[in-house]
Design a protein around this ligand. Structure first.
Ligand code: A3P
Length: 345
């Protein structure tokens, strides 16, 4: 009996030992392979002469850890100075569109070792009060980063706010601009769902989507309704094009980012002149959430908050048809301007 128990214990110890050694070997192999990857390539000629931009990924990952510690208040000012960490103005901005998947895009881009995200929406360019505080105020809102990294922020209100293109142009006329779009009717319903949830949280009643989207007097689409106006992408884009050439924009397919994020992210990496570093390893489908979630490394992964991916209310099919018909010519123009065609009805 005792002999049997001892044998069982030995067997268990053997399995545990093998698992531990296996994990250790995997980690060593992985860190080794990360260091063998290509050096980072320049964005807008911002990287220094050859050699200066050859940062081993392990060093970048160490910096990430340090940034994290600093955010938690555990790293000292001395460490920040020693590691040459800086707060940089963004090299790229996700300017919209609200409910297009802006948070998912920012979080997924942040998987790239050369990208550092501004976690909060800063609302510098669309909010007059913030804008009056000046560019240094804006820079100080940026996260600490290594000089060779790029900072990205997202504030979806930028896309639809009149004054923003000129203000961004004044800060940096060669900035890269990302716009993530979804099928316009779905986006409008998503927009409505967010507002509805806010009202319900405050125990307030709200109109049905149908009532807001269709003008009861004319029975036509209500173009005064903000959720409808925001989905007329071409109208907003045309305002931006008075300041920036189309080459400075990249359009992300928000519907595809939901179902198949990697190819969309690879297009963004290319647009930002970043080496391809985000891989399938970093993205896994979480069946409970019904969305892709992020895997940073063997221990750290996360899904987006529950407020992303709400269940939309059912909308009358005749209203959906009317909206789709309404958006159709604007969509055609949008495809024409951007050179990116979607299968929107
Ligand atoms: P819904 O809530 O309508 O489903 P934004 O961040 O711009 O507010 O966009 C929110 C939308 O991002 C969500 O809209 C959701 O569909 C979409 N999304 C895309 N990828 C996602 C992901 N991996 N996890 C959660 N939501 C995601």
């Amino acid at each position: 009996m005792l002999f049997k128990q001892q044998a069982l214990l030995r067997q268990k110890l053997f399995v545990l030992g093998s698992l531990a050694i296996g994990s250790l070997l995997y980690l060593v192999a992985r860190v080794g392979s990360l260091d063998r990857l290509q050096p980072l390539c320049p964005i807008d000629g911002r990287f220094g002469p050859r050699g200066q931009d050859e940062i081993p990924l392990r060093a970048l990952q160490f910096k990430r850890g340090l940034l994290h510690e600093f955010r938690k208040g555990n790293a000292t000012k001395e460490q920040i100075r020693l590691h040459n960490l800086v707060q940089q103005l963004p090299k790229a901005i996700i300017i919209g569109v609200r409910k297009g998947g802006t948070r998912a895009l920012l979080e997924m881009l942040n998987l790239h070792p050369a990208v550092v995200k501004a976690s909060q929406e800063i609302h510098f360019f669309d909010n007059d009060e913030n804008y009056a505080k000046g560019i240094e105020w804006y820079r100080k809102k940026m996260p600490f980063s290594y000089p060779h990294q790029i900072t990205i922020e997202k504030s979806p209100a930028y896309f639809i706010t009149e004054e923003v293109p000129e203000r961004i142009y004044k800060m940096n006329s060669s900035i890269k601009l990302l716009i993530i779009v979804r099928e316009p009717t779905t986006r409008a319903i998503s927009d409505y769902t967010q507002v509805l949830e806010g009202k319900e949280r405050k125990n307030k009643t709200y109109y049905k989507f149908e009532k807001l989207a269709i003008d009861p007097n004319t029975c036509e689409v209500n173009t005064k309704y903000k959720a409808v106006r925001t989905s007329i992408y071409t109208k907003h884009l045309e305002r931006w094009l008075k300041y920036f050439p189309i080459e400075q924009f990249h359009i992300v397919d928000g519907d595809r980012l939901i179902t198949e994020p990697l190819p969309e992210l690879q297009l963004v990496e290319k647009f930002l002149n970043l080496p391809p570093r985000i891989s399938q390893y970093n993205l896994y489908f979480n069946a409970t959430r019904g969305f892709y979630c992020l895997r940073f490394n063997i221990v750290f992964n996360k899904c987006l908050a529950g407020s992303k991916g709400r269940i939309h209310p059912e909308v009358d099919s005749s209203v959906i048809t009317k909206l789709r018909k309404f958006f159709h010519p604007f969509n055609q123009k949008f495809y024409q301007i951007t050179g990116r065609t979607f299968n929107w009805p």
